[in-house]
Design a binder for this molecule. Structure first.
Ligand SMILES: C[S@@+](CC[C@H](N)C(=O)[O-])C[C@H]1O[C@@H](n2cnc3c(N)ncnc32)[C@H](O)[C@@H]1O
Length: 232
């Protein structure tokens, strides 16, 4: 087996995130010796860390671009829409630990199958084969959540996001919406699309905390971060 390299690690200002002396973002591996994608594993003072690659994860790229809102900690309950094979979710899983839970909704069966292998090792991931546009079909599984994270790259992604917030957001929950401009309309300038998304979020009476362009890691993508008002 390939022996992980020893590096120096220091905590990032966001809880549960670390920085290696090589400037990589890292999370502490919840399942020692196990990789989830093409990330490298490192060691420091008896602990094992996984590299969190911003080109592979929009959340990691948002951190690189200065994300400030950080609701993830041990025990956080997350609804993840468009979880795919669990690249980003595996790092959230590292951070929230065994006390937390990620309900991962994905509508592509083939992709969900990959996630099943990840979830077999990571007990805090619950894979759900469903269409995020129909929250009523998984309402019996998912509980009220602290965080709703959405990355579905669909034309009606804002509507899907709002619908799920209405079903599952706890008061004061934090929502992350990763928007790929081209999925909404390939013909429009991304800036126009992002303004439109912002307008819809404000119109829905959500508090817009941050909007972060994810270039150069993810071209024409924006991460919107919102807070759900107490009485919504
Ligand atoms: C960009 S990928 C997600 C990558 C993942 N978030 C990550 O960072 O590891 C988008 C995923 O959303 C899924 N998806 C798209 N529309 C969906 C829908 N309506 N319901 C559930 N999943 C959906 C796709 O099948 C795809 O796996």
């Amino acid at each position: 087996m390939h022996m992980p390299k020893n590096i120096k690690v220091k905590p990032h200002k966001l809880e549960g995130v670390y920085i290696g002396n090589n400037k990589f973002l890292l999370t502490k591996n919840l399942v020692k010796g196990q990789k989830v994608y093409t990330e490298r594993i490192f060691k420091s003072k008896g602990e094992e860390y996984r590299e969190w690659i911003p080109f592979r994860s929009k959340l990691a790229s948002a951190i690189k671009k200065g994300l400030k809102t950080w609701p993830f900690k041990k025990g956080t309950i997350v609804l993840y829409l468009g979880i795919a094979s669990g690249t980003t979710a595996s790092h959230i899983s590292d951070i929230i630990g065994e006390e937390g839970i990620i309900f991962g909704v994905e509508f592509a069966p083939r992709v969900l199958r990959e996630l099943m292998f990840v979830a077999k090792k990571r007990k805090n991931i619950v894979p759900i084969l469903a269409d995020a546009n129909q929250p009523e079909t998984y309402q019996h599984i998912v509980v009220q959540s602290d965080v709703i994270y959405q990355d579905v790259a669909q034309p009606h992604q804002v509507e899907i996001f709002l619908k799920n917030l209405r079903f599952f957001a706890k008061p004061n929950a934090i929502g992350f919406l990763a928007v790929k401009a081209r999925s909404i309309d390939v013909t429009k300038d991304p800036k126009v699309i992002f303004r439109e998304v912002e307008r819809k979020l404000r119109e829905a009476k959500l508090q817009l905390l941050e909007s972060i362009r994810l270039d150069p890691y993810h071209k024409d993508h924006m991460m919107f971060v919102v807070k759900v008002p107490k009485a919504w």
